[in-house]
Design a protein around this ligand. Structure first.
Ligand SMILES: [Zn+2]
Length: 404
């Protein structure tokens, strides 16, 4: 979408610094090194954005700096912070009638690539630092989320981890939705996007209460945003690795697994018809001719068939703390993998017709401490007790989907 009469001009970091010292409490509490990071980022952000004033608002540098600072605060721990999907920032003096909904709005983040904000309510959000209302943080959090939905360049970790956050938020979100007592304001129950924005407001305005009353979700926000706000002093950044638990040491846990999907030998044979024919061919044609050449050929064919079959199908075990995968039947030739539920983000289970017969594919999406990995494991199990898996993995904060 295009707008006329915009301002796209740089502002010097020194001007930004003075303005933020005066009117942005979050900035005032930062250490000198973090102040530097904050002004640099704000200047770079302003350089990229087109600001549009509405209803005769006088668009000052102060407005452009403060509005941008709200975005920089939300993304302060992240690597990428420009939010490229949102080229235009439209500022109204007060509430305004939305041309789309015909209702009065204070702000709106539009997937068409612009964000609207009421200057009066941006200021009010900043001037009342602990009422858990902050329009700027709220709308820029939507923008951060929508930026990745629009496949624009987004922070790699945020993009990969957001589903884990959603899975972890499920409990608090349902509590709020069902009208049970919650520290978050009711508006967060509207949908998961609003819930994210409302929790980010709370995260910055009442971090102590948030940490105490909803600790798990607080930690998850620290990981997601790579930042930990502290009420009376400077926010901390680069906290992600303190809280992430990505120990994926290979192990079958001591206690019996909760659920097991075996790679059935019989079904694997059936599923690999063509390879069974290869082995039969060896047995019928080659083996009766006992000479060195036929023995070697037989050996190679049988061995390759065994390795192929062994590698193709997985046994999958859900333990109390981790999911364990092992390919095939011959342990020595098996590939093994353990993923703890803290780093398992999403599991999708769908019908798969590998080698023309039925089975299930388990697609796992997890974080290995450095990057996000997608792994598909085929299993010859046909019956998968959906409700049990959903119930179990929901408890473990893993997103579970059955796409068929
Ligand atoms: Zn909202």
């Amino acid at each position: 979408m295009e707008f006329q009469d915009y301002i796209k001009e740089t502002i010097a970091p020194e001007t930004i610094h003075l303005e933020l010292e005066r009117g942005y409490p979050f900035y005032r509490k930062l250490s000198p090194a973090l102040k530097d990071r904050f002004t640099q980022r704000t200047a770079h952000f302003i350089e990229q954005k087109k600001f549009v004033a509405r209803q005769h608002l006088l668009l000052t540098d102060t407005i452009r700096i403060i509005v941008s600072a709200c975005a920089i605060q939300v993304t302060f721990g992240l690597e990428k912070y420009i939010l490229q999907s949102f080229e235009y920032i439209i500022i109204y003096p007060d509430v305004y009638e939305s041309p789309i909904t015909k209702q009065m709005h204070k702000g709106e983040t539009n997937l068409n690539g612009f964000i609207c904000l009421s200057w009066k309510y941006i200021l009010e959000g900043i001037e009342k630092p602990d009422d858990n209302y902050n329009l700027g943080l709220h709308e820029w959090t939507h923008a951060l989320r929508f930026n990745s939905i629009r496949f624009e360049e987004t922070d790699y970790f945020f993009d990969g981890y957001i589903n884990k956050w959603v899975a972890c938020a499920y409990h608090e979100f349902s509590t709020l939705k069902n009208g049970k007592p919650s520290i978050f304001r009711k508006y967060g129950a509207t949908n998961i996007h609003e819930f994210l924005s409302v929790t980010v407001e709370h995260f910055f305005e009442s971090p102590d209460e948030f940490r105490e009353k909803a600790r798990d979700l607080f930690i998850q926000l620290c990981i997601l945003l790579n930042q930990e706000p502290v009420k009376e002093s400077s926010t901390r950044i680069n906290v992600r690795n303190l809280y992430l638990e990505t120990n994926n040491e290979i192990m079958e846990e001591a206690l019996a697994p909760v659920l097991v999907f075996e790679a059935s030998f019989g079904r694997t044979l059936l599923n690999l018809k063509w390879h069974v024919l290869r082995v039969l061919f060896v047995l019928i044609i080659l083996l009766p001719n006992q000479n060195l050449f036929s023995n070697i050929v037989s050996f190679v064919i049988i061995l390759s068939a065994v390795i192929y079959m062994n590698g193709k199908y997985f046994t999958i075990k859900f333990f109390e703390n981790s999911i364990y995968l092992q390919s095939g039947f011959v342990r020595a030739l098996s590939r093994k993998l353990s993923i703890n539920y803290h780093s398992l983000i999403k599991l999708e289970i769908y019908d798969s017709n590998l080698d023309l017969t039925d089975g299930k594919a388990f697609q796992l999406n997890y974080y290995n401490g450095e990057k996000f990995i997608k792994k598909t494991a085929y299993c010859s199990a046909i019956d998968v007790p959906r409700e049990r898996i959903v119930e179990f993995l929901t408890r473990k904060n893993v997103l579970i989907l059955f796409p068929d």
